[in-house]
Design a protein around this ligand. Sequence first.
Ligand SMILES: [Zn+2]
Length: 252
Amino acid sequence: MAKYSKAQWRPISINHTKGGQTSVRGLVVHIMAGTLSGTDSWFRNPAARASSHFGTGRTGALYQWVDTTNRAWAQANGNTAWLSIENEGKGGDSLTSAQMDRIAEVFAWVHKTYGVPLQVAKSPSGRGLGYHAMGGSGWGGHTQCPGTRIVKQLPEIVARAKRLAKPAAPKLAPFPGAAWFKRNPRSPLVTAMGRRLVAEGCSAYSDGPGPQWTESDRRSYAKWQRKQGFGGADADGWPGAKTWSALKVPAV
Ligand SMILES: [Zn+2]
């Protein structure tokens, strides 16, 4: 099972092939030439012989109809190796910003799940974020899907997906003041600082932080501080504002 947790799961029992989505080159963008609710009904109609993995509404709804381990019927020969996302709107429309956000989220998930590179794809032999028309006649000859305006929006969607895929910088702990350390030798923050010190090659705290903060710890810390080029309050064996900011101690 492969479902994107932020999508509303709207499974369809027909109009797709169970299993078979064994390779994933990327995600293909479509235009519904219709509404999200109309498409949702159509995919449940045996006459449709069509489906897609995902769908967006113009105000930002996101549906998933087909598990990505199964093959949706969205782009003929392109179904074997490409996932699909339909988008509410009519031919010639641009996507709304909310739709671009939803596609970016799905694409970032596809990147994470399948290792698809975060780039625009321009042909069926490429990888990344593609569009229906790029498949030509082999993909059913849908030259107007999703339309040139939307194709021009693809680089911005990729840029948004890149921002989502980038791991957030760890939140750092603010400097609580040197005196605080003398009062709180057993705090988790002292442990966090100790880990950073050991990682930076300081032998102080290597026997564990807390009550073991001995005079020899203090001396090796002071030595380390001076080696880093610090002085004054930042070289007395207790954390100073400058050494603290250099250490980048994560918040606890
Ligand atoms: Zn299409």
